[in-house]
Design a binder for this molecule. Structure first.
Ligand code: ADP
Ligand code: MG
Length: 320
């Protein structure tokens, strides 16, 4: 349903998004997870046509955003970080205004208005001025606005931020109730939110994708074993023997040859970090590692790493 390829966004010299690619399948609720400043809102603003990218492509339902912005926008309901509310209107006036803005056929408006008011539970508030609503209700009105025109795709930027626990549960329920006939991207900096409502997750940090997969894949991978994929240049059996001899390594499995490198999965006990000794032994044997990446870590571990790396970078003066 959504296809993002090699998306890059520069604000002046600063690269906010660096070659970001991911897909969201129809019917999925994708959790777009990352710490503050990771690039979530930037991605969402580009995806919804609010902001141009520097390079890359975004397709929604087969239409490319730069080539067919109207078609793309028609398919998306967007709840931005700060909902675009007109506070001096009543809830009903405001939603009527959005129906007008989105050119929803007149014959459908009454029915849709009733459906939306019911769905987001703001029927009782429809005669109230938006400015007199609580934060939780304002967020629901923002939600209602995104649902106008019944778009198949919903893009929700941190929809629970600033709400109290009761309101958070309500909004999560609302999102879950929309899963049947919508494809949803939901950004958040809270891991538990992903577990609570999402079917898949894309983690972003400093403008780059750090990990992605289905939530069940991440959950299934939690166990007692550390697993890495390592790609090394040199004689295959020499590499295998060298890695096997590293203390702490339990299992080395050849995967495939990629150009002049051989790929292996290497397992160790969870409490042993074999990366440094493995590097040292391979270096001693003049077998260069060209890639080393952990596989099957839990979502939590990956996210904690992301957040910690972020803090480390900030402590170093925030430079990169
Ligand atoms: P997130 O939504 O994940 O918190 P954003 O997409 O808002 O992150 O921001 C990503 C990075 O881009 C941040 O470092 C932010 O300071 C920077 N940024 C966002 N908007 C602008 C802008 N209009 N001009 C310059 N830098 C920006
Ligand atoms: Mg944001």
């Amino acid at each position: 349903m959504i296809e993002i390829r090699n998306l890059t966004k520069k604000y002046g010299q600063f690269t906010a998004l660096d070659n970001v690619s991911f897909d969201v399948k129809k019917g999925e609720i994708m959790g777009f997870l990352g710490p503050n400043g990771a690039g979530k809102s930037t991605t969402m603003n580009i995806l919804t046509g609010y902001m141009p990218c520097t390079s890359g492509t975004v397709k929604v339902g087969g239409f490319e955003i730069m080539e067919n912005p109207k078609e793309v926008k028609k398919q998306i309901g967007y709840l931005p970080e700060i909902p675009p509310l007109y506070v001096d209107m009543t809830v009903e006036e405001y939603l009527k205004f959005i129906f007008e803005l989105k050119s929803v056929p007149l014959s459908q408006r009454k029915r849709q208005m009733d459906d939306i008011l019911y769905l987001v539970k703001i029927g009782d508030m429809k005669k109230r001025l938006v400015k007199n609503l609580s934060k939780g209700y304002k967020q629901r009105v923002g939600f209602a606005q995104a649902l106008v025109g019944n778009p198949p795709v919903l893009v929700l930027d941190e929809p629970t931020v600033g709400l109290d626990p009761g309101q958070i549960v309500e909004i999560r329920r609302l999102i879950s109730s929309l899963r049947h006939d919508h494809t949803i991207i939901l950004s958040t900096h809270i891991l538990s939110e992903v577990n609570a409502v999402c079917s898949s997750v894309v983690m972003i940090n400093r403008g780059k994708i750090a990990a992605s997969g289905s939530v069940s894949e991440f959950t299934a991978s939690e166990g007692s074993v550390n697993k890495f994929v390592v790609s090394v240049v040199g004689n295959k059996s020499t590499i295998q023997k060298t890695i096997s001899d590293v203390s702490g390594v339990r299992n080395v499995t050849f995967m495939r040859v990629d150009k002049d490198a051989s790929l292996f999965t290497v397992e160790s006990a969870k409490n042993v970090d074999i990366r440094r000794p493995m590097f040292n032994e391979l270096a001693r044997a003049s077998l260069p590692i060209i890639e080393l990446r952990p596989v099957g870590r839990s979502m939590e571990e990956i996210f904690i790493d992301i957040v910690n790396n972020d803090k480390a970078a900030d402590n170093a003066g925030g430079k990169e």
